[in-house]
Design a protein around this ligand. Structure first.
Ligand code: FAD
Ligand code: DLZ
Ligand code: SF4
Length: 517
C-alpha cells in the first residue's frame, strides 16, 4: 500500500505514531488552507506561527529522507480545505489510502466523518501526545458524581510518578502549594526577557504571506517572536526553567500593566502544536527542583498546570462534545462588547489585556480569567460569542483547550461541572493583584457615579441576577450574606449603575466572525 500521511498544523511532533509506523513509500503531506485560517478569524501571529512551524517541519522530514508534499496557501491548485487537499493530493501521488492522526477539534473530526463519499479509505491513528489517553480519562470519570481537577491531578501524579517520593507520596508531603503562590505584584519587578528568535527566510516569507491574506484579522505581526522549530522551543523551555520558573509560583496570579509575560512559560503554543511533549516539559521542571535550582512550590505549581489542567480540560472536552458547546447555564445572551476587538475602553485593565493580546497573540492565564473573562461573565456575554473570541486571538487556541476554559471555567455555562463556583470578582481583586488601577480613569474604590469602577456595580448586579442559581453554593455563602445585608437603596443604585453601563456599551455581533458563516 502507498498511504498518504496527513500531518495537521498542530501535529508537528517528529516521533508521532503515524510517522513511526509509515512505510518507506508513504507520502507525508501538510496543507496550508484558507478554511483553517478563517473558521474563526485567527490572530495573524497564530497563523504565521503554524505556517512557519509547518514549513520547518516539512523541511526536517525531507532531510530525514521522507517523501513530502507541501501545499502552500497561494498554490494555484490549492482547494483551500484540509479534506479537499488530502483527496486531491492522494490522487496526485496515486495513494490508495489516507491516514491522519485524530484531530484535536470536534469540528474537524465531524468533517472527516461526514466527508463526501470517495473511493479512498481514511484511517485515523492514535494521538499519543497526552499523558492521559481518552480511554483512561473516561475510566477515571466513570461513576464519579462530581469531577474535580484536584482529584484527577493527584491520580495523574501517582500514574506518572512526577514529584512523588519513594513511598509514592507527594514530595514535600503536600499535593499543592497554592497558599504560597498568590502573591500580588510587587512595586519593582524585573521579569526575564523572552529569548529572541530572529526570523529566517521561511518565517519572513510566511509573515509576508499572512500579512497579504489575513490583514483584516485582529492582531499585529510586528515583533513576531514565537519558536517555530522544536530546537527553538527547547531553547525557550530551557530559558524558562532557568530564569522564570524560580518565581513562577510566587507571581502566577499577578498582573502587570507593563509586562505581558511576567514569569510565565510562553510554551502553550509550542506544546499545543506538538513542538514539545508535555512529559518532557514536566520532567524538566521536576529535574530543576531535584537539582535544587527551583523551589518546590514553583515546580509543583507549574507541573499542575500541564499534568493537571491541560490534561483535565482535554478529557472534559472529548467526554462531552458536541453537547458541551451548547451549554448556557446562566442563560447569558449579550453580544461581545465591540472593544474586545479594538481595545478602545477607558477600563485600563481591559485595555491593557486586549492591547497585549493584539500585540503578542498572548495574555497570561489571570488576564484571560480575571480580566477579559471576568468582565464577560459579569456582563452576561453569550458563550458562543466569547468562545469565538478566545479561539481567535491566542497563539495556543484550539477548541479542545479553549472551550472548557471559556465556557466552563470563565462563564460557568456548564453549571459548575468544571469549576465549583464562578470566578466572578469586583475591581478590588484586580486592584490587589495588579498595578492597573493607578493608571485608570475609573476609581476602583467607588461603586456608583461617573468615575466608579464598572467591575464593582457589574459584580453586585451579576450576583443579584443569579441569586437563585448561586446562593445555595457553599463557596458563595459569604458573599450572598453581604449582598443580603445591603440596604435596598444601595442595591438599587448599584443595579442602575450597572444597567446604565451595559446600555451604553457598543456591541458588535458580526465583527470577528469567520467569513464562512
Ligand atoms: P503558564 O502559565 O506558564 O503555564 C504553563 C502551561 O500550563 C501552559 O503552557 C499550558 O500548557 C498549561 N496550562 C496552564 N493553565 C491551563 C489551563 N487552564 N488549561 C489548559 N492548560 C493550561 N490554554 C491553551 O493552551 N489554549 C487555549 O486556547 C486556552 N484558552 C484559555 C481561555 C481562557 C478563557 C482561559 C481562562 C484560559 C485559557 N488557556 C488556554 C489556559 C492558559 O491561560 C494558557 O494555557 C496559558 O496562559 C498559556 O501561557 P503559558 O504557556 O505562558 O502558561
Ligand atoms: C489553526 C490552523 C490554521 C490557522 N491553519 C492550518 C492550516 O492551514 N493547515 C493545517 O493543517 N492546520 C491548520 N491549523 C490547525 C488546525 O486548525 C488544527 O489541526 C485543527 O483545528 C485540529 O486541532
Ligand atoms: Fe480595571 Fe476598575 Fe481598576 Fe480601572 S479601576 S483598572 S476598570 S479594576
Amino acid at each position: 500500500p502507498c498511504p498518504l500521511i496527513v500531518i495537521l498544523g498542530d501535529q508537528l511532533t517528529p516521533d508521532l505514531p503515524i510517522l513511526e509506523g509509515a512505510p518507506e513509500n508513504a507520502v507525508v503531506a501538510l496543507f496550508e488552507v484558507e478554511e483553517e485560517g478563517r473558521y474563526v478569524p485567527h490572530h495573524p501571529q497564530k497563523i504565521a506561527f503554524l505556517f512557519s512551524a509547518m514549513r520547518h517541519f516539512a523541511r526536517e522530514l525531507r532531510q530525514q529522507g521522507r517523501q513530502v508534499h507541501y501545499t502552500c496557501l497561494d498554490d494555484n491548485d490549492n482547494t483551500q480545505d484540509l479534506i479537499g487537499e488530502a483527496e486531491r493530493v492522494a490522487k496526485l501521488y496515486g495513494c490508495d489510502e489516507i491516514r491522519v492522526t485524530s484531530p484535536g477539534e470536534w469540528r474537524l473530526l465531524a468533517r472527516i466523518r461526514k466527508r463526501p463519499h470517495t473511493p479512498l479509505p481514511w484511517y485515523r491513528v492514535h494521538d499519543d501526545r497526552f499523558l492521559c489517553t481518552l480511554e483512561e480519562f473516561n475510566q477515571w470519570a466513570q461513576g464519579r458524581q462530581r469531577f474535580r481537577m484536584e482529584h484527577f491531578y493527584r491520580w495523574m501524579r501517582r500514574e506518572t510518578g512526577l514529584l512523588m517520593d519513594e513511598h509514592n507520596q507527594p514530595e514535600g508531603d503536600q499535593w499543592n502549594f497554592d497558599h504560597d503562590n498568590r502573591k500580588p505584584l510587587p512595586d519593582r519587578l524585573d521579569p526575564p526577557e523572552a529569548p529572541k528568535h530572529k526570523p529566517d527566510d521561511i518565517t519572513r516569507d510566511v509573515l509576508t504571506l499572512v500579512d497579504t491574506h489575513f490583514k483584516q484579522h485582529f492582531g499585529t505581526l510586528e515583533g513576531f517572536n514565537w519558536p517555530v522549530t522544536r530546537r527553538q522551543a527547547l531553547n525557550d523551555l530551557e530559558h524558562f526553567i532557568k530564569h522564570a520558573l524560580p518565581f513562577f509560583g510566587d507571581y502566577q496570579d499577578a498582573i502587570s500593566d507593563q509586562h505581558p509575560f511576567l514569569y510565565h512559560a510562553r510554551l502553550s503554543g509550542a506544546l499545543n502544536a506538538g513542538l514539545l511533549r508535555p512529559l518532557e516539559v514536566c520532567q524538566a521542571a521536576e529535574k530543576a527542583w531535584r537539582d535544587g535550582r527551583v523551589p518546590l512550590n514553583c515546580a509543583e505549581g507549574f507541573i499542575r498546570q500541564i499534568l493537571g489542567w491541560r490534561e483535565y480540560v482535554r478529557g472534559i472536552y472529548w467526554l462531552n462534545m458536541p453537547e458541551y458547546k451548547q451549554r448556557n447555564a446562566l442563560k447569558a445572551d449579550r453580544d461581545l462588547p465591540a472593544f474586545y476587538w479594538s481595545g478602545e475602553t477607558d477600563m485600563r485593565c481591559m485595555r491593557r489585556a486586549i492591547e497585549m493580546t493584539r500585540d503578542n497573540a498572548y495574555a497570561h492565564h489571570i488576564q484571560r480569567l480575571m480580566v477579559t473573562g471576568n468582565f464577560a461573565l459579569l456582563c452576561g456575554v453569550r458563550p458562543e460569542a466569547l468562545c469565538d473570541w478566545y479561539l481567535s486571538v491566542y497563539i495556543d487556541a484550539y477548541e479542545w483547550v479553549e472551550l472548557p476554559n471559556t465556557l466552563g471555567m470563565v462563564l460557568y455555562a456548564d453549571g459548575g461541572y468544571l469549576g465549583s463556583k464562578p470566578y466572578c470578582a469586583s475591581g478590588k481583586y484586580i486592584d490587589r493583584m495588579s498595578n492597573h488601577c493607578q493608571h485608570c480613569r475609573y476609581d476602583v474604590k467607588k461603586n456608583v457615579g461617573e468615575d466608579a469602577c464598572p467591575f464593582n456595580s457589574l459584580y453586585w448586579y451579576f450576583l443579584e441576577r443569579h441569586e437563585q442559581q448561586l446562593a445555595g453554593n457553599q463557596r458563595m455563602k459569604l458573599i450572598y450574606g453581604s449582598l443580603n445585608k445591603m440596604k435596598s437603596d444601595k442595591r438599587q443604585a448599584l443595579r442602575e449603575q450597572a444597567i446604565h453601563f451595559l446600555d451604553q456599551l457598543d456591541y458588535e455581533p458580526a465583527y470577528g466572525r469567520g467569513d464562512h458563516r
